[in-house]
Each structure stands twice: as structure tokens, then as C-alpha cells.
Design a protein around this ligand. Structure first.
Ligand code: NAD
Ligand code: LMR
Length: 330
């Protein structure tokens, strides 16, 4: 029997939390032979609801679920955690941008950053889902002293999955046949969906996305749909994405730990090491490959034309403005 991996989830009784913790317990995220201990964290006013979630987890009798711990504070909730999934934060409502949440949600990540650094496993891996996720991850990473800042990441996998899904739908094929689309930049409308290295698998053949889908559609509907999908879901559901966000958070951690199997490109927002001229430390979505369990590498040397560069710069500018807006928290 493998040693259980401890996974802490904040906001575990919320919209996303309820879609996330059950498949993690079922082994969808870390593997079907990997026991997990769930460390569920909520605000004191949601603890009763969280106890209800824990009761349901018991009732599922998941073979891999080696323990459930419930906490109303981050210090207890993050104790010895190997993976911390920072979901708990306010979602935006109609008419708001994600950046409008920054002064409400940003302060959550100073305390949680400290609590991770002081209580989690030294090689803890962190994903921030709560918005605006890139800058919240920047805030949490800024508290890291004992833990590795490079392991503080934010989620743009949902945007990548949306891009993959749109291309698959356009071609009438399953999303599994669409590879290597990815996202640059911020999880906001300035994100840059990049299909230029993408391809589809068709009858054993690889075909570049640009060869099989019209360039007009890629430049217009596709691009806009991916960049504004979060709003479309809020407008339709009255609530922000939950099941798809939970799936993307699991995909992010799954691939970081277990790889993609075929070395495909994945999008992760990670602290920049200066690659592609992105200012160091800014939590920026890059194309990455997973080279070993819990090791990502930013793919280097991709050609970028002037139009793409202008869009990448625009997303950088927005993230620099977000950083400026929370400089008292860094
Ligand atoms: P929700 O309001 O349904 O649930 C949030 C939960 O977090 C609540 O139960 C709340 O009690 C809890 N919470 C709030 N502050 C907390 C704290 N300091 N510690 C612990 N728990 C806390 O919201 P949701 O729909 O689950 O969305 C959560 C966040 O995820 C939002 O900020 C949303 O915008 C964001 N989100 C991001 C992406 C992405 O792609 N990055 C996708 C979807 C949603
Ligand atoms: C999403 O992309 O679905 C989330 O970030 C929620 C939102 O506010 O758009």
C-alpha cells in the first residue's frame, strides 16, 4: 500500500468544492492506486455544511480515502499537506471582472500563504483557483520562506480545456484527439489562447489545427469564446463554473504529478523565471511539459510573431497592474 498523499482543499463546501472532493477521493486526480487523506477547510460559518460533505464522503466508502479531516482554520487545515488547493474565495457576479475581486480576495492569500509555509510539507505543491487566481498565487508565493515559490501555481487549465473543447466541437471529434493548444498570460479576458503549435490526430495522422480549421473562426469566435467563457457561464447559470473548474483543477494536479502520458503541452500559471521576457515572479500562464513527477518545465524557444507578442505584452501589463494594486500584501 502506498503512503497516502495529503490533499488540503479550501472552500470545500462551496460550489467548486462539492464537485472536487468526491472525484479526488475516488482516485481521479492522483491515481487509482494512490490513497489520499482529505484535509477540508472552510470558514467557520460554513463548517456545518462541510461536516455534511464529510458525512457524504464517508457514505461513498471510497477504497482509497485513508482519512478525512475538517478544519475551520488554515493552520490546522494545511498541516503536513502535500498538495494544497486554494479554492475558497468570493466568486464574481454579473457585471464584475475577476480583477474586481482583488481587494476582497487578495487578503485571504496572505494568511493562507503563511499557513502553507509554516504548516504544510516542505515540498508542498499549491494550485490557486480562487480569483483573480494569478495574482492570488503571487500573494501566496510571496510568503514562501521554507517552501519553494516555484510550487505556487494558478489554474489556467480550464481555459486550455475550453480551447480544446471548442476545436473538438468545431471538427466534430472527441477532445482527446486535440493536442497542444495552450494559454499565455492571465486568467482574464487578456489571456492569449495559442493554437499555433496545436494539432489534431486524425486516422493516425497529425494535422496542424491551422490546416483543418478556418483561420477566420480561430481569430474571431474561437478566441473570444475561450477568453470570455467564464462570463458566458455566469450569465447562463447565475453562478460561476463549478464542475468544469473542478475537473481542470484535478487535471492540473494530475498531470503535474503523473504527467500526460504522451508528453503533450499543458498550461499552468507559474512564477515566471524570466522566460519570454515575462517579469520574474509574475504568475503567468506558460506552455509547460511535465518532465518527472512534480516537475514542470516551461517550453522554451517557441516562435512568437508580432501580433502574438503584442497580446502577450497586454496580458503582462494587466498582471503588473494587478500586482501594483496589491503591493501592500506582498
Ligand atoms: P462559492 O462561493 O460557491 O464557494 C466558495 C467557498 O469558499 C465558500 O464555501 C466559502 O465559505 C469558502 N471560503 C471563502 N473564503 C474562505 C477562506 N478564507 N478559507 C476557506 N474557505 C473560504 O464559490 P465557487 O464557485 O466555489 O468559486 C470559488 C472561487 O473560484 C471563486 O473566486 C471563483 O471566481 C474561482 N474560480 C476560478 C476558476 C479558474 O479557472 N481559475 C474557475 C471557476 C471559479
Ligand atoms: C471561470 O473562468 O469560469 C472562472 O474564473 C469564473 C469566472 O469568474 O469567470
Amino acid at each position: 500500500m502506498k503512503k497516502p498523499i495529503r490533499v488540503a482543499v479550501t472552500g470545500a463546501a462551496g460550489n467548486i468544492g462539492y464537485s472536487l472532493v468526491f472525484p479526488i477521493a475516488a482516485g481521479d486526480m492522483l491515481g487509482k492506486d494512490q490513497p489520499v487523506i482529505l484535509q477540508l477547510v472552510e470558514l467557520p460559518n460554513a463548517i456545518q455544511a462541510l461536516h455534511g460533505v464529510a458525512l457524504e464522503l464517508d457514505d461513498c466508502a471510497y477504497p482509497l480515502l485513508a482519512g478525512i479531516e475538517v478544519a475551520d482554520n488554515s493552520a490546522a487545515g494545511f498541516k503536513d499537506a502535500d498538495v494544497v488547493m486554494l479554492v475558497g474565495a468570493k466568486p464574481r457576479g454579473p457585471g464584475q471582472t475577476r480583477a474586481d475581486l482583488i481587494r476582497d480576495n487578495g487578503p485571504i492569500f496572505t494568511g493562507q500563504g503563511d499557513a502553507i509555509d509554516q504548516n504544510a510539507a516542505p515540498d508542498v505543491k499549491v494550485i490557486v483557483v480562487g480569483n483573480p487566481c494569478n495574482t492570488n498565487a503571487l500573494i501566496a508565493a510571496s510568503r514562501a520562506r521554507r517552501t519553494d515559490k516555484a510550487n505556487y501555481t494558478a489554474m489556467t487549465r480550464l481555459d486550455q480545456n475550453r480551447a480544446t473543447g471548442q476545436i473538438a466541437k468545431k471538427l466534430g471529434i472527441a477532445p482527446g484527439a486535440v493536442r497542444d493548444t495552450f494559454i499565455w498570460g492571465n486568467h482574464s479576458d487578456t489571456m492569449v489562447p495559442d493554437f499555433s503549435k496545436g494539432y489534431v490526430l486524425h486516422g493516425g495522422e497529425k494535422k496542424a489545427i491551422a490546416e483543418v480549421v478556418s483561420s477566420d473562426w480561430l481569430a474571431t469566435d474561437f478566441d473570444k469564446t475561450v477568453r470570455t467563457r467564464g462570463k458566458a457561464i455566469i450569465d447562463a447559470r447565475g453562478k460561476s463554473s463549478a464542475a468544469s473548474a473542478a475537473q481542470a483543477a484535478m487535471d492540473h494536479i494530475h498531470d503535474w504529478f503523473l504527467g500526460t502520458g504522451d508528453n503533450t503541452v499543458v498550461s499552468m500559471a507559474v512564477p515566471s523565471d524570466g522566460s519570454y521576457g515575462i517579469p520574474e515572479g509574475l504568475v503567468y500562464s506558460f506552455p509547460v511539459r511535465i518532465t518527472a513527477p512534480w516537475k514542470y518545465e516551461i517550453i522554451q524557444g517557441l516562435p512568437i510573431d508580432a501580433a502574438m507578442q503584442a497580446r502577450i505584452d497586454n496580458s503582462t501589463k494587466e498582471l503588473l497592474a494587478e500586482r501594483e494594486a496589491v503591493k501592500d500584501l506582498l
